[in-house]
Design a protein around this ligand. Structure first.
Ligand SMILES: NC(=O)c1ccc[n+]([C@@H]2O[C@H](COP(=O)([O-])OP(=O)(O)OC[C@H]3O[C@@H](n4cnc5c(N)ncnc54)[C@H](OP(=O)(O)O)[C@@H]3O)[C@@H](O)[C@H]2O)c1
Length: 225
């Protein structure tokens, strides 16, 4: 990686998103991260912070305007939510389900679609954070069904971006971070944030310029849809 590369990480206030900001900054990237609130403590000093709630169309529009004229080598839409702890679609309220699917599927893809004009042609990577749980092959027993369904929806909506990324020779990635010790992953998760995010940064380096749409985990392994 050269020190001139620019990354935009959406949903980076904590957890994996903040970890990716810090790892890329350590590797010499110029990184812009977004939060819904104040810039996080413990972030790389070189990082730029902007505000964005991906569920708010007016914020997405003004965010895009604020970035007008800039170009990124990587745009990573990481923001996500788990939904109700019980994970039972029959018990969840309509409002809970709508909120989850907006946050995990529709708003990430709307954000990605709106930001694609800022992605570098040919070498640019548009990455969206999914989960191996989204896959019928990787999650045959349907662990966490409501969360997993929202990420399955994300995967299919992400595929709909491929026609545009193909036209510009860009690479589209659906990323699985592993099971990570964050507010969402919990303390029993198998990976630290550093282990996951070093791997994710390596994935971005490996897939640069490759084109197509791929489902890849932090270790570099390709997953089945
Ligand atoms: N941890 C795991 O084991 C694991 C496994 C597979 C996939 N993932 C995925 O990895 C991503 C990051 O997870 P994490 O474990 O780091 O979770 P986390 O610690 O709960 O962080 C979630 C991040 O998403 C942001 N976010 C949520 N809703 C948003 C919205 N409407 N607009 C903008 N930002 C929003 C949060 O911002 P606020 O601070 O403002 O809430 C926070 O920065 C998620 O997409 C998650 O589904 C995680």
């Amino acid at each position: 990686m050269t020190d001139s590369k620019k990354a935009l990480i959406i949903g980076a206030s904590r957890g994996i998103g903040l970890g990716v900001v810090n790892v890329l900054a350590e590797r010499g990237w110029q990184v812009t991260g977004t939060t819904r609130n104040a810039a996080p403590a413990g972030s790389a000093g070189s990082a730029e912070w902007l505000k964005l709630d991906i569920n708010k169309a007016d914020e997405r529009a003004s965010f895009k305007d604020a970035l007008s004229g800039r170009q990124f080598d990587l745009i990573f839409v990481n923001a996500g939510a788990f939904g109700p702890e019980h994970q039972d679609a029959s018990l969840a309220s309509d409002e809970e389900l709508i909120q989850l699917f907006m946050t995990n599927a529709f708003s990430p893809v709307r954000s990605a679609r709106e930001l694609l004009p800022l992605l570098a042609p040919k070498t640019g990577i548009m990455a969206l954070m999914t989960s191996e749980l989204s896959s019928l092959n990787e999650n045959p027993s349907c662990t966490y069904p409501v969360y997993s369904a929202s990420k399955a929806a994300l995967n299919m909506l992400t595929r709909a971006l491929k026609e545009t990324t193909d036209q510009h020779g860009q690479t589209l990635l659906s990323i699985h971070p592993g099971w990570v010790q964050t507010d969402m992953g919990g303390e029993n998760a198998t990976l630290t944030i550093a282990e996951s995010t070093q791997g994710i940064a390596d994935v971005f380096a490996a897939w640069r310029g490759k084109g197509g749409h791929h489902f890849v985990e932090y270790s570099g392994r390709e997953l089945r849809w």
